[in-house]
Each structure stands twice: as C-alpha cells, then as structure tokens.
Design a protein. Structure first.
Length: 153
C-alpha cells in the first residue's frame, strides 16, 4: 500500500517525472479473472493529504470511520479535534450516539461502555488514546470537516 506516483515516458519536451497523485492504493499481483497476468492496481483507498500525524503516528480519517462502524450504538458521524497541549498532541474524538441507542437502552452505564470501547479500539488499531465525547444524534451531521487540526492555527 502506498501513494500512486506517475511518470510519463512519452513526453520529450516537458516530461512529467514522478508526479505525486496524492492517492493511496495498492498493487494486486494475482492474475485477473479474465486471464490477464499483468499487475493490477486496486481502486483508490484514501488520499495522502487526508493523513494526520499525531505523536508520530499516521492516522487517516477512513481508519477512524472503520473503527466506529464496528461499534453498535454510535453513528459514523464524528469529529476529530487535534490540539497542542504543552509539547504533546491532544486528541478529542466527538462521536454521535445513534437514535436507536436511546430507544433501546440509553443508560449512562451503556454510554460509559461505548466510550471505553472506542478508546480501546483506537488504542489497539491506531495506537492513539483520544478523549472521547459522545454527542446527541444529528449534532455532527452538518459538520463539513471531520478533522479540525488546531495545531496549525
């Protein structure tokens, strides 16, 4: 898995050498079902410019979404807020609780269990420990930015 970089071998006057596309993909070495044996490229998985570096660890928003999609009781709407506290990066993850959660269980104990599960999964899969804040349904739907990086302001 890596960034797609293109080089044009046909232009002589102004060759395009090592153009970084910003797209993250991977090569598929297995032959195609149609019988062709050339190496194939998988569809674009994510963008390299979406990547955040938090305490030296590269994080993609798609990774956060994948973790949240596995947890019942929360929506995939979230906001990741990164700030600098002293010399360290501090991460807050705001996650919408689903409407179903309140109609089915909705207790404080269940909210604490969900928060702990999110923190554990983020630590296990991404090696970061965010402060998790569960917010009411429909709170983050209108947010256009999933990531707010206050370190560069």
């Amino acid at each position: 898995e890596g960034e797609l970089v293109f080089t044009s071998l046909t232009k002589e006057a102004f060759p395009l050498v090592r153009y970084r596309s910003g797209d993250i993909s991977r090569l598929i070495p297995e032959p195609c079902r149609c019988g062709r044996t050339h190496i194939r490229m998988e569809r674009v998985l994510k963008r390299s410019d979406d990547m955040l570096t938090i305490r030296g660890i590269n994080i993609f928003p798609a990774q956060v979404e994948a973790i949240l999609n596995e947890i019942q009781g929360v929506e995939s709407d979230y906001q990741l807020i990164v700030d600098k506290v002293g010399a360290l990066d501090a991460v807050e993850l705001q996650v919408e609780v689903s409407d179903k959660f309140f109609s089915e269980s909705g207790g404080v104990k269940e909210l604490q269990i969900i928060e702990k599960r999110i923190v554990k999964d983020m630590k296990d899969y991404l090696s970061i420990s965010p402060r998790v804040k569960l917010v009411a349904p429909q709170t983050l739907k209108e947010q256009s930015r999933k990531v707010i990086d206050k370190r560069i302001i």
